[in-house]
Design a protein around this ligand. Structure first.
Ligand code: 5GP
Ligand code: ZN
Length: 113
C-alpha cells in the first residue's frame, strides 16, 4: 500500500530504529514510547488490522508471536511484558497496518488504558 506509513517503513522510504527483521516480519522502536521498552512488531505484508486476519494470512501472526518472544528475551524483559493491538479507530488504531505493541520496563498496571 503506497500510502501506508508502515509499508513505507518496511520499504525503507521512512527510516526506523529496527530491532528485528526477517523475510516476513519487521520490528522497530515506537517513535513515541509509552514505556522504556516499546517495540512495534509488524508483518511485511499489508494487513489492515486484527479484524482482517484470516486462515490465509494467520501464519504470519503466529510467526509474529515467535518473534515477540525472541525480542523480549533479547531485550531482557521475557518475564514481564505486554502485547497490545488496537483494531479500528474507535479502539485507538492510528496506523492501519496490523501491528503489535510490545511494552515493558515499567509497572504494566499503569498502562492498562
Ligand atoms: P496505534 O495507535 O495505531 O495502535 O499505534 C501506532 C503507533 O505508531 C503509535 O504508538 C505511534 O507512536 C507509532 N508511530 C507513528 N508514526 C511512527 C513513525 O513514523 N515511526 C515509528 N517508529 N513509530 C510511529
Ligand atoms: Zn501497510
Amino acid at each position: 500500500m503506497s500510502d501506508c506509513l508502515f509499508c513505507k517503513i518496511i520499504s525503507g522510504e521512512i527510516p526506523s530504529d529496527k530491532v528485528y527483521e526477517d523475510d516476513t516480519v519487521l520490528a522497530f522502536r515506537d517513535i513515541e514510547p509509552q514505556a522504556p521498552v516499546h517495540v512495534l512488531v509488524i508483518p511485511k505484508v499489508h494487513i489492515p488490522a486484527a479484524n482482517a486476519v484470516t486462515a490465509e494470512n494467520s501464519a504470519v501472526v503466529a510467526h509474529i508471536f515467535e518473534v515477540i518472544a525472541k525480542i523480549a528475551a533479547d531485550l531482557g524483559v521475557q518475564d514481564g511484558f505486554r502485547v497490545i493491538t488496537n483494531c479500528g479507530a474507535s479502539a485507538g488504531q492510528t496506523v492501519h497496518h496490523l501491528h503489535f505493541h510490545l511494552l515493558a520496563g515499567k509497572d504494566m498496571q499503569a498502562l492498562l488504558a
